[in-house]
Design a binder for this molecule. Sequence first.
Ligand code: PLP
Length: 284
Amino acid sequence: SIVYLNGEYLPMEEAKISPMDRGFLFGDGIYEVIPSYNGKLVGFGPHIDRMNDGLSAIDIKFDYSHDQWRDIATQLSEKNGAGNLGIYFHVSRGADSKRNHAYPDNVPATVFAFSFEIPPEPIANRNQVKPYKVSTTQDLRWKRCNIKSTALLGNVMHYQHGHSEGNGETILYNERGEMTEGSAVNAYIVKDGKVITSPLDEQILPGITRLILLDILRKDGSIPVEERVVTMDELRTADEVWISSSSKEVAPVIEVDGQPVGDGSVGEVWEKAQSLFTANKYNY
Ligand code: PLP
């Protein structure tokens, strides 16, 4: 595939970065994944805003404009077949001459972007969608989960926990038994027709799919939405459970730790919500 590295487009095999890059040594960087279907991007503006928030939070001075990032996304899509792609952007603090923890002065950031295949847009149909089964485990990541850091070891280990149990995600809970999010997704329950999801704070990533979904649901008005603490007891007795991310959109979960969610089939509220998402997502 063709990738972008520090201003140039080149084949992946030719893209080289220094082993002294702080992204490699410390996971000292910020990243984004933006969905692109046949060249059409979903949530482009909010994705770039979130990346800029992350860069300021860790004091990496880097400012491509929205138009510069959009041009990279467009070029990567065109050069790589313009199918169903995740556009990956990565800015690390760059390569220093020494391995110092302190932020270096005058080291240029490393900018890397590539595209990878994502599943086709999910069909908003209860009988055709492939539902997820998930595990759960205590959230042992750091206290700044709102920063989309490239240091993903905590997320990787949590994902692996579910994977080792044959499941496609792992939903996490804090020491108070409150649901936070999944290892690479936001999480939701449906109870008595209402969609409920964890509030935005340092315990979760402010997902762009979450942002778009909640906005679409509120504007439509037929499904009530609540952002509040969800306990694991509520997760286990929910009528429906959903997860969301840029590559999955809104996905139904039919099993949590081997126990069926509701009656064990994909829910009607999910079908309505994903239909609304499909119909409106390109407005973001
Ligand atoms: N939470 C975590 C920990 C993630 O890594 C991701 C995305 O990869 C999400 C939530 C979903 O965010 P988005 O909808 O912006 O892809």
